[in-house]
Design a protein around this ligand. Structure first.
Ligand code: ADP
Ligand code: MG
Length: 396
């Protein structure tokens, strides 16, 4: 069921509590913002609210302060970047609830923007505490949720506040939901899922749900080792999730029953050590040397995957093909990203690491959609109703 958006509600002169996901990556030593794409992604909604003369009260979490004030996780630098991007003044508060905030909200004029302090300085936020949610809600007349990346968490600012205010989706939330809905219910075919990442256990529900929807599954990354092992291949020192072997086998069996090709890498880059500068070799996956780890998919697998992807009209990619953090092991992941960017097909990137690679390679604009919510998009595609979405008003 589609949700009401900011466009379905009168915002003029109203105090709008806008939940965004400004949980941006920060540089470890300086605390500077290293990637502001999440701030940029919220701009259409902020711009709309300003243009339509709402009093905009923005709230977000940043990092993991675990219920305490952590100086280098304050929202001020984020508010400053927002101000630069908007070309408008943005004020801040030293808390997200309480007297100071109330008086600052009281002075807001139409089109003004106030950024509240980090929600997670209060333990009540993650506990979805009713009193805290009520205080937050009391600041505003309307609640807009644009934090797709946090919609899989039932927190005070994503679920609790919706009890007290009319709750609608922002443009980013709406776009993310529309893209994922289309994938699940109305994709252009053939449609394929390319799944990678560290572990089968992280993605088993995704694979299970996708199996019945896609025309083909391609699997790379660390999780491929577990699948290869169920096929009787030795995988050296690669991580095998012993307790998932049964499930992995069952998935492969189900894929066969559903007539869905389930492709695994046919060759791999292996190394004896997982470190920068470690010597590597390319070997067929049928003969992984005993003392080595699979660190990336090999050139033949890249070619195989490219060949399949080329035929598809819709592609969803989630999870890197190798340990891409080490440049020598990033070839598979990078060539997939590059290849997807050249295709004339619907290309959806979900998953934090995959999105990071695409962003770092400057390919974001060449994809149909790069999700801002790794965990949230994963849950959504597993078939879970996201708590932060459920509480928004349905569009009639
Ligand atoms: P995403 O965030 O895109 O959903 P995941 O979180 O599932 O992806 O997985 C990302 C991690 O998977 C990366 O840290 C990467 O190093 C790891 N990974 C990928 N391939 C391998 C491999 N062959 N062995 C070990 N780890 C791997
Ligand atoms: Mg991840």
């Amino acid at each position: 069921m589609p949700k009401k958006t900011v466009e379905d509600i009168e915002v003029k002169g109203k105090k709008v509590l806008l939940r965004v996901d400004f949980n941006v990556p920060l540089k470890i030593n300086t605390g500077a913002i290293s990637d502001d794409s999440r701030i940029r992604a919220s701009l259409p909604t902020v711009r709309y609210l300003v243009d339509h003369k709402a009093k905009v009260i923005i709230c977000s979490h940043l990092g993991r302060p675990e219920g305490k004030v952590v100086e280098n996780l304050r929202m001020a630098p984020i508010a400053e970047r927002l101000s630069q991007l908007m070309g408008l003044p943005v004020s801040t508060a030293s808390d997200c609830i309480g007297r100071e905030v109330e008086s600052k909200v009281g002075t807001l004029k139409e089109g003004d923007i106030l950024v509240l302090e980090n929600l997670r300085f209060h333990p009540e936020e993650e506990e979805d505490d009713a009193g805290f949610a009520r205080k937050l809600a009391s600041l505003a007349d309307i609640y807009v949720n644009d934090a797709f990346g946090t919609a899989h968490r039932a927190h005070a600012s994503t679920v609790g506040v919706a009890k007290y205010l009319p709750a609608v989706a922002g443009f980013l939330m709406n776009k993310e939901l529309a893209v994922m809905e289309k994938l699940l219910h109305n994709p252009e075919r053939p449609w394929v899922c390319l799944i990678g990442g560290a572990k089968v256990s992280d993605k088993i529900e995704l694979l299970q749900n996708m199996l019945k929807k896609v025309d083909m599954l391609l699997v790379g990354g660390g999780m491929a080792a577990t699948f290869l092992n169920t096929q009787g291949y030795e995988v050296g020192h690669s991580l095998i999730e012993g307790d998932k072997l049964g499930l992995a086998k069952k998935l492969l069996q189900e894929a066969k029953e559903w007539g869905v090709p389930f492709l695994l890498p046919i060759d791999a880059v292996v190394a004896e050590e997982i470190r920068v500068g470690a010597p590597t070799r390319v070997v067929p996956t049928s003969s992984i040397p005993a003392g080595s780890h699979i660190v990336d998919i090999g050139p033949k697998s890249i070619e195989l995957f490219h060949g399949e992807l080329r035929r598809c009209r819709t592609i969803m990619w989630n999870g890197p093909m190798g340990i891409y953090e080490i440049p020598q092991f990033a070839q598979g992941t990078k060539s997939i990203a590059k290849f997807l960017s050249t295709l004339n097909a619907t290309t959806i990137i979900g998953g934090g690491s995959s999105a990071e690679v695409v962003e770092a390679m400057g390919l974001t604009d060449k994809m149909t959609h790069v999700s801002t919510g790794g965990g949230a998009s994963l849950r959504f595609l597993e078939g879970v109703t996201l708590p932060g979405v459920k509480v928004l008003l349905d569009k009639k």
